[in-house]
Design a binder for this molecule. Structure first.
Ligand SMILES: [Mn+2]
Length: 300
């Protein structure tokens, strides 16, 4: 594996060979177009995780009751997106092969492409995808770069074929991206204004209905899906985003036993304010783990 130990483990977790969940970081931001700094994201999320209590926001379950391992960071190749994506893909496929759930800390959003390749290789089919993001990232290329953060979802969709993709939080896009998304019957979009008008539980019901035939689901959380007042530490802040309550409720509503893997990306510590973005990222990850754990236990 292309992994090396980080300076601290997520939430102070001890290495656990029988873990069901494997956390790892990808300190990579080489295709960043505006504000670099997400390479420091994994460390800051680990640091923030240490100060959170281990209980769930929603029910009486605690992180320490669950087997979780922090395997450190992928050895990224600065400036080489394709090789870095290959390494991410290998790491994810290996975790899937072990029957575990990969949980990736970014890093820029491009790394999701590597994770999806690894998931598909590991499970042998295309997962459905839930994306929390301010952006579609559906440009065919951005300034000539086809494997960059602005095109990550376009490349991902090419890999996923016709699998269902649901976006939540999208509010900033080019005309080309919007028209592409509207033209694809497998892509659904819920904007923050939809949640504001319809209520979160109604939107969550719609998403669950759309994803009801999915065998496995991958969840990608770009922190810029949140409003910059809650998550200022991102590379491309965009006003009018999700609230913390909405984000936590979405994790609780949408994560179930079908989760194959997840990532939390685009935390950029140089632009964070008192670590609030990293703290929210860690809280979301905790809820993802605990909701999946509860769902599996209930189904068992
Ligand atoms: Mn984004």
């Amino acid at each position: 594996m292309y992994l090396s130990k980080a300076s601290r483990n997520y939430a102070g977790l001890e290495s656990n060979a029988t873990s069901d969940y494997v956390i790892f970081g990808v300190p990579f931001d080489s295709s960043t177009s505006y504000k670099p700094g997400t390479r420091f994201g994994p460390d800051s999320i680990r640091q923030a995780s240490a100060s959170l209590e281990s209980n769930s926001y929603f029910s009486d379950i605690y992180l320490e009751e669950i087997g979780i391992d922090d395997e450190g960071d992928v050895a990224v190749v600065i400036g080489d997106i394709n090789e870095t994506l290959n390494r991410v893909s290998s790491v994810v496929a290996e975790i899937i092969d072990e029957g575990k759930i990969p949980l990736m800390l970014g890093g820029e959003h491009t790394i999701t492409l590597g994770a999806l390749k690894g998931i598909k290789k590991g499970i042998g089919y295309s997962p459905c995808l839930i994306v929390i993001d301010a952006h579609y990232d559906l440009r065919d290329d951005y300034l000539g770069l086809r494997n960059g953060h602005a095109s990550v979802m376009r490349r991902s969709l090419e890999i996923l074929g016709g699998a269902k993709v649901t976006y939540i939080g999208v509010r900033a896009y080019s005309k080309e991206e919007r028209e592409y998304a509207l033209s694809k019957t497998n892509i659904e979009t819920f904007k923050p204004i939809d949640i504001h008008r319809m209520g979160l539980l109604n939107i969550a019901s719609s998403v669950k209905r759309i994803m009801s035939n999915c065998k496995g689901i991958y969840l990608s959380v770009d922190m810029d899906g949140f409003d910059p007042s809650f998550a200022p530490g991102v590379g491309n802040p965009e006003p009018g985003g999700l609230t913390v309550q909405e984000g936590l409720a979405l994790m609780n509503q949408l994560v179930d036993e079908r989760l194959l893997g997840a990532d939390i990306v685009e935390v950029s510590p140089p632009f964070d304010s008192n670590g609030v973005t990293a703290s929210l990222a860690a809280k979301l990850l905790n809820e993802i783990i605990m909701k999946n754990y509860i769902s599996k236990r209930t189904k068992a």
